[in-house]
Design a protein around this ligand. Structure first.
Ligand code: 4NP
Length: 159
């Protein structure tokens, strides 16, 4: 199994959206038996909670099932378990790098927008204090980048 983990701050808005969008792509391309997907947050404030209701609602409106339960990123196991650790913005990248002080897992750490196809953003912006358009923008970006990520992974791992 190839294992992909999406990471944001709270694991209730952006990384659950990315997880749902990527799972939808993986399903669409018939790869659910070879690619495992999860998400986590660098803070644990919402651990055990479902995604933000706005994330669930906007996802549902475009056919995405945002079903993840928030959890905190665990450096002891997640760096080892996952092949790709995909952050939503530069602050998430910094937080992950602080948890990997020797840099031994730096080759696994990416930013979601590294895989963009038709978007121009360089981060997935935090929608938490924003309106509906902020949640729509997150979905627009993660859906585009999910396609690019799957393309990259399929090519690199010959899936
Ligand atoms: P996320 O959004 O990182 O996309 O899940 C946030 C959710 C919660 C908080 C911040 C950002 N918070 O501070 O509780």
């Amino acid at each position: 199994m190839l294992k992909v983990l999406f990471v944001c701050l709270g694991n209730i808005c952006r990384s659950p959206s990315a997880e749902a969008a990527f799972i939808a792509e993986v399903k669409c391309q018939g790869l659910t038996s070879v690619i495992a997907v999860d998400s986590a947050g660098t803070i644990g404030h919402h651990a055990g909670e479902t995604a933000d209701p706005r994330t669930i609602k906007h996802g549902k409106q475009r056919g995405l099932d945002v079903a993840s339960i928030s959890r905190k990123f665990d450096p002891k196991s997640d760096f080892l378990t996952f092949d790709y650790i995909i952050a939503m913005d530069d602050s998430n990248i910094q937080d992950l790098k602080l948890l990997d002080p020797t840099g031994q897992y730096s080759d696994k750490i990416f930013k979601m927008t590294d895989f963009k196809l038709n978007r121009h953003e360089n981060i997935v912006p935090d929608p938490y204090h924003g309106g509906p358009e902020a949640f729509e923008l997150v979905l627009d970006i993660v859906q585009d980048c999910s396609k690019g990520l799957l393309k990259h992974v399929r090519h690199k791992h010959k899936l």
